[in-house]
Design a binder for this molecule. Structure first.
Ligand SMILES: [Zn+2]
Length: 116
């Protein structure tokens, strides 16, 4: 019975995440041409990711790519809560286009105050 509940829960969870606008992680070998909203793409394999990518949450439609290569700058770090809710560090501060500045914390976008 718990097994059935667990399976049911894992089917319902994506809808709950979507409802709350939470970002979830998708692990890919290569970045797809079409980057979906509310997904954080971790590019790499076996836990070694070299790139994170997401569609800009402001709605401008731009794809933001964040290098995660050790020893390089800038470099972002991805941590996962309960294996699916991503946090990125440091914040994402776009210097081009929409100039959005935000954090991704446990699957939620936290906008930074101040001039954009
Ligand atoms: Zn934007």
């Amino acid at each position: 019975m718990p097994d059935l509940l667990l399976r049911l829960w894992s089917r319902v969870l994506p809808y709950i995440d979507a409802w709350f606008g939470r970002y979830t992680v998708v692990v890919v070998d290569d970045l797809p041409d079409e980057v979906q909203a509310h997904k954080l793409y971790a590019v790499g394999d076996s836990g070694q990711y070299w790139l994170a990518a997401l569609r800009c949450p402001c709605g401008c439609g731009e794809t933001i790519q964040l290098p995660m290569i050790e020893g390089q700058r800038p470099r972002w770090t991805l941590t996962l809560k309960r294996t699916r809710l991503p946090s990125l560090s440091p914040s994402i501060d776009r210097t081009v286009g929409c100039r959005s500045h935000f954090w991704l914390k446990q699957g939620i976008i936290r906008w930074c105050d101040g001039p954009q």
